[in-house]
Design a protein around this ligand. Sequence first.
Ligand code: CP
Length: 302
Amino acid sequence: MRQLRTLNDLSMEEIQMLLNEAELDSKETFEKLPGQPIVANLFFEPSTRTKCSFEMAEKQLGIETISFDVSHSSVQKGESLYDTAKTLEAIGCQALVIRHPDTKYYDELSGLTIPVINAGDGNGDHPTQSLLDLLTIKQEFQRFESLHVVICGDIRHSRVAHTNAKILEKLGAKVSYSGPLEWMDPDLKEYEYVTMDEAVEQADVLMLLRIQTERHDGGGGYTKETYHNQYGLTIEREKNMKQHSIIMHPAPVNRDVELADALVECERSRIFKQMTNGVHVRKAVLAHILNFKGEKKYDYVL
Ligand code: CP
């Protein structure tokens, strides 16, 4: 694996391998990488989970990081993403982890010789979030086949809904959608739409998505209460979920909007487990990319 822009660039074999290695890391921590590689994390959009878990993964792998603060960088003088990235390459970084508001920002970085790991591009993709979602489901059920995953909420502005749906289906899961119809994506009309009341009864995995207010023009006209009552996981709805079913959410959570405050840490919630898994999948991705040696793809072994 040379770089990671979208999971759709990877084969199912590569995805399964990353999941297996992340799972192994959750039981038996990876050794540090040889040679103390140097990586820069460039976050042009706010982030808590992705940024901090990449940093944790890098520390655990013995990777040195260059601190880069967009608000105190020459980006403020108008320097382009390409020139910023090329500068970090020139001073010796061996890989860049980038979150940027432009969808497919990585297309303008084809002149780099070092790998880019996508930490979220506009409303395009968020491959390490998808991997940690998949790992969380795999750990829970030890399979994907015949699971019913319902993805609920702000589908159109989500970075993970499309990729997760496509890959979960390839892995044998049934995928449905729920949420405001005006936030559905016409490209995903092949998947079944269910109401929230149907979703809670049918889902093995209820994957709730944050309302991406920063990508809306007007917020859809919902108040917290109207959204929660119509499309959220309320205390009452949770009682109708199957006994074994789980709640996921990429976070940050809008408490009492996508789900009731009291459910964020309830027994069936895997929201904080997802965050823990974020470190494991990011370690697996960094290890593979920093050890890529031409044809010999998987040089790094536990
Ligand atoms: N889930 C996620 O990407 O969170 P952050 O925006 O805090 O990184």
